[in-house]
Structure formats: C-alpha cells, structure tokens
Ligand binder design. Structure first.
Ligand SMILES: Cc1cc2nc3c(=O)[nH]c(=O)nc-3n(C[C@H](O)[C@H](O)[C@H](O)COP(=O)(O)OP(=O)(O)OC[C@H]3O[C@@H](n4cnc5c(N)ncnc54)[C@H](O)[C@@H]3O)c2cc1C
Length: 584
C-alpha cells in the first residue's frame, strides 16, 4: 500500500468533475462513451498511472500478445468493428481500436496520464469523493473531487514476483511479460521463460526461432485447445462493413456459441459429460501435436475449464524445435549467468522472461479507498473474507462508488467486456434518479451485499472452478483460506438480466450535494418570491379594477384562501426541509 504521509484532508482541492474514473483501459473508455450516449454527460475525468491509455493492451506488449476471445465479441457492443484483420487480433490492433473509440467520444482530452491515484476518501458532508493523485514525473500530489467515482483498475495490474532466490544477482536483462523490454534483442540469445499459462504459451512460439536456446520452466499443466485464430477473409470484412446488421448478427451468434460453452462450467451429470467430451477432444489434439516426450509434462489431470483455457497459437508445435527444452524441475537459485536446478544442473541464460502471471484476487494494492466512517476498502473486504462486491461492483459504506471489472466479474467462457458493459449499464441505471436531481447519493445496503456474496460463493461451489485445481481464479492471498474473487458463477445472460432490472430495495438513494442544496434552495426561494409577487399583483390589480369578474372572485375569501394556504404550506415545508438538509 502506498504511503499517505504526504497527503492530508486539509490539502486544497484543485479540480472537480461530476464523474471521475481510475484507469483508462477498456472499462474506463466504455464508461465515458456510455455516459455520453445515454445522458450526453461529458463531465468526467480519467486518471491513469501509465503514460498512455489502453490498460491491458498498452501494458502488455510481449511478442505473440493477442486476445483469446474472438474480437467480434471482445469489443464494445456499441462500437462493432468491421476491420478486425484476425479472429484474435494482436495487442497493437486492439490498442488501435481502443484509441479510436476514445478519440471518437473525445475522451483523450479528459485523461491525465502518469497520474497514480493513491487515496480516495468519501467526504460525508459534501456528498463527494476526494481523490489524491500523484503525478509520477514531478511527485506532486493533486486533489480532485467528484460526485461519482469509478474504479476501473483492472484484474491484472500487478505482476507477480518470482519466488526464487538470487534474482538480484542475475547479470542479464530479466523482466516480466507485462514490462517487455523492446530494447532487448533476443536474436542469438540463450533465453529462459518462466511460466506456461496463456502468456508463456504465446511468447514461446513467437521468439523461439530467434534464440539459440530456449528453456521453459513450468510449474503447472494447462489444457491447450486447438487454435481458433485465423485471418478474417476479405469477403467477410466487406460484408461486415457494407451489409447493415451483419456485425450485430455475428456478435449475437458468437455470444450464443460462447454461452453454450458455459454448460461445461456447471456441476451435475450433464455438465460433467459435456466436459468429458471436450477433454477427450482437447487431449487428442495435444497428443497429436506436442512432442511425445512432453506429454506427461503438459497433459493435465484436472477437468477442462478449471483453469483458463489456452487456444494454441503455435505453442505445441514450437515444442518440437530442437533448441527448445521444457522442464518442470524446480529451480533452486538464480545465478549471475543462469539457473541452478534442483539436480545441481546449471542452465546458462542471457535473458530471463517472467511469464508467471499477476497478483489476482486482490484489488487496489497501490490505492486506498476510504468509505463512510473511515472504513477502508481492505478493512471492508476483510470483514467478508476477501474481495467481493454486490453485483460485482458496489460496496455498502462506499456511496456513489462503482467498480468496473471488479471482483468476480471474470468468466472462463466469454468476453470480459460483456461483463464490463453490463456493470456500466447497471450503475448508470442506479444513478439515473440522481442525475435527474432526485437525491444525490446512492448506496447499496450491507444486508443486500452480504446476501449477494453468500449466494455467489455458494454458487461457485457448484462450478468447475471448485473441482480442485489451483488457478488464478482461486489463488490464496497471504496463505489465507481460498477465496475466489475472480470468477462469476452464472452465465453472462444471467449477468445481463440482473443488470437490466436492478433490485431497488437493495439500494438507498438519498442525500444532497452542496450544489443540489443550493439549486433546491434557490428553486424554493424563487417559488416563494413568485407566489408573493403574484398575490400582491392580484390584490393591486383587483383594487384598480373592482368591477371585473376576477376581482369579485378574488374578493371572495373562500376562493382565494385555500389556494394561498396550500401554496404557502407546500413552499414553507420545502424551504424548511432544504434548510435542515433533509430533502431526499
Ligand atoms: C495478456 C492479457 C490478455 C487478455 N486477453 C483477454 C481476452 O482475450 N479476453 C478477455 O475477455 N479478457 C482478456 N484479458 C483480460 C483484460 O484485462 C480485460 O479483458 C480488459 O482489458 C480489462 O480492462 P480494464 O479497463 O477493466 O482494465 P485494464 O485494462 O487492466 O486497465 C486498468 C488501468 O487502470 C490503471 N490503474 C490501476 N491502478 C491505478 C491507480 N491507482 N491510479 C491510476 N491508474 C491506475 C492501470 O494502469 C490500467 O491502465 C486479458 C488480460 C491480459 C493481461
């Protein structure tokens, strides 16, 4: 956790925006665009600690880096793209797409880069979030306030360390896949790659031919599915670009196809039979393509789906390369020029690449969010046993705060972006009354959050994620009881439906911001002044025109008095409520 010794509640506030978002990845950009599309709201600021927008697709630039969900679905529903060149495009193409969406909605000017959000505190009497943001280049801290705070900090923000002694002594370049050193040329080098998950299995085929030797050190096994990537044919690109509705149809069919795969994630006879069938197909593929000598190292004994699927991008074939070696022997120590294995063997290396993944199941490791009554987000999560959120995005005691891509939003079978869009739409439905001036604070109730989390974790017990493998979905944090803060146990159709119809009884909408209070006070004052002026005007006019019908009506106390009394009582009550601050 960052040190907050240099920041204080007394720090002067530099700026205000109605909305503020931590991060500038897919989730943040989808939020900015949706706010405009739905409500025409442009009053939002994004704070991003990296030097560029794009999140995952700016941070991960390793050779072979690409998505593993078809781009027709791994893109935003309201910005379908006919120009994807591949089914699984590279990070560069994905970044171009995100950048294009950000520019189309004029979001880039609203972003501050190199700005690490270190602390956000709910200021009760203002009904606002106050944010302390450190500018990485100067070290200066700026203070920003907003009414609605969104945390779009991603699932894979913090690379994992390598738990092998001696790393500091290694004399060559040693870097994590998410910190790829483009200045390091791997041509003719002896390279060691740690890890064989989604990332490791993309890097190896992309670099193996450059190296003189490549040793891949693995600790676990993965189901490697047959490839799904290929070039998008020109006729299809042409059709998608020119025939209205085809992109949406393609996306819909893709969505259905992926949702059918979700059957394999359930418990029960049918799901097990579904998995067995998949397992047989995948195992046959792995045995046919990978070298026989590595079958025991590669083929898992756990069920398919328990860990994230890997779609082969040339990995299994690359294992035939004669200067590639795959080993699961434990590494005892990192030496200045290589590795010392448990057997005592020394493996010489010029470059070490860590494709060992990220710290998962934990969020906001470098930023503190402090809610109502001074409770921090980490204290809040401790009281639940781990990171969690109501509908994967809201926490009681943290008003007007939403997590995008938050706890349990990941799926094993479909696009993360569908879940993110659902979350955005849900939060905007919740705050819609506030945007229309009916209150200014939205907060989920603790009881509702507890109930939701209980049912989610109960449902997780009945999924493939709980069938015994160790994966990033359920990695334990600090040796604590396993807590799956990653996977969503239900289908995305379920997520979409539950986000479409919020359960309003789980929410409390109330309060007032300073701005609203002033607006409402001035409304009340205007109403009282108008009423007084109107009444005086009428009296004055009827005195000057005593013989008119209106004057004789007004002269009847029974006509005018009830109306005047009703208006006075209503205005008086409102004025009293506004002054006491109880308007909701
Ligand atoms: C290599 C890789 C491949 C993936 N492939 C797929 C795929 O094929 N399909 C799929 O569905 N998902 C995939 N994912 C998951 C992917 O992360 C999400 O799909 C999606 O891109 C997440 O977007 P996001 O905006 O929520 O988070 P991110 O893209 O992670 O962006 C979060 C941003 O927040 C910033 N940030 C964090 N903390 C702070 C702070 N304190 N102050 C300021 N800024 C901060 C980060 O710098 C980052 O830019 C992949 C992930 C990785 C790492």
């Amino acid at each position: 956790m960052a040190s907050h010794s240099s920041i204080s509640l007394e720090d002067p506030v530099f700026s205000y925006s109605q909305f503020a978002c931590i991060g500038s990845g897919f989730s943040a950009i989808a939020l900015g665009a949706t706010l405009q599309r739905w409500y025409g709201i442009t009053d939002i600021r994004f704070f991003e600690k990296q030097s560029q927008l794009g999140g995952t697709w700016h941070i991960n630039q390793y050779p072979g880096c690409a998505c593993d969900i078809p781009s027709a679905l791994y893109s935003l529903s309201f910005e379908c793209n006919p120009n994807w060149t591949r089914v699984l495009p590279t990070y560069a193409e994905l970044w171009e797409y995100i950048n294009g969406v950000a520019r189309k909605y004029d979001l880039v000017d609203k972003m501050t880069f190199g700005a690490a959000v270190e602390r956000c505190v709910w200021i009760e009497d203002k009904g606002r979030w106050r944010m302390w943001i450190r500018q990485k280049q100067t070290g200066q801290v700026i203070v920003h306030e907003c009414q609605f705070l969104y945390g779009a900090v991603g699932f894979f923000d913090q690379p994992r360390e390598l738990e092998i002694p001696g790393a500091e002594r290694f004399q060559g370049p040693m870097f994590h896949s998410a910190r790829w050193r483009h200045d390091v040329d791997l041509t003719g080098k002896r390279v060691v790659v740690f890890g064989n998950g989604c990332t490791g299995s993309q890097i190896v085929p992309a670099i193996v031919d450059k190296t003189t030797s490549l040793t891949q050190v693995v600790r676990s096994k993965h189901w490697v599915y047959p490839p799904i990537d290929e070039k998008v044919p020109l006729w299809l690109m042409f059709t998608l670009a020119n025939v209205p509705g085809t992109m949406q149809l393609q996306r819909f069919l893709m969505f259905i196809k992926m949702e059918v795969e979700f059957i394999g994630f359930w418990d029960g006879k049918f799901a097990k039979a579904f998995r067995k069938k998949r397992q047989r197909q995948v195992e046959a593929y792995m045995r046919a393509v990978a070298p026989e000598k590595y079958h025991d190292l590669l083929i898992p004994d756990f069920e398919v789906g328990c860990k994230r699927r890997i779609f082969d991008s040339g990995y299994l074939k690359s294992l035939h390369n004669e200067h590639l070696r795959l080993t699961d022997e434990p590494v005892e120590e990192i030496l200045p020029h290589g590795l010392k294995m448990k057997s005592g063997e020394i493996i010489e290396a010029d470059v070490i690449v860590m494709a060992n993944g990220f710290k998962t199941n934990e969020f906001f490791l470098d930023c503190d969010i402090v809610g109502r009554g001074g409770e921090t987000i980490h204290e809040h999560w401790k009281s639940f046993g781990g990171a969690e959120a109501y509908t994967c995005e809201s926490l009681s005691g943290f008003p007007n705060f939403f997590l995008l891509g938050g706890p349990n939003v990941a799926t094993g079978h479909t696009s993360f972006l569908i879940a993110v869009e659902n979350a955005i739409n849900y939060s905007l439905r919740i705050i819609e009354p506030l945007l229309k001036g009916k209150g200014s604070v939205a907060e989920v109730k603790r009881k509702a959050e507890e109930k939701y989390v209980q049912s989610l974790h109960h449902a997780l017990q009945d999924t493939v994620f709980s069938t015994g493998c160790s994966s990033w979905y359920n990695r334990t944090v600090d040796g604590k009881k396993p807590w799956n803060a990653s996977a969503y146990p239900w289908s995305q159709a379920h997520h979409w439906y539950s986000c479409l119809f919020p359960s309003w009884k789980d929410w409390r909408l109330s309060g007032q911001t300073e701005k609203n209070k002033i607006v409402k006070q001035s409304h009340t004052l205007t109403r009282l002044l108008t009423l007084t002026a109107f009444t005086l005007g009428m009296v004055f006019w009827s005195r000057r025109n005593p013989n008119t019908v209106l004057a004789s009506l007004l002269a009847q106390p029974r006509t005018i008095l009830p109306w005047l009394a009703g208006a006075a009582v209503k205005s008086g009550t409102e004025a009293f409520a506004v002054i006491r601050g109880t308007w909701s």
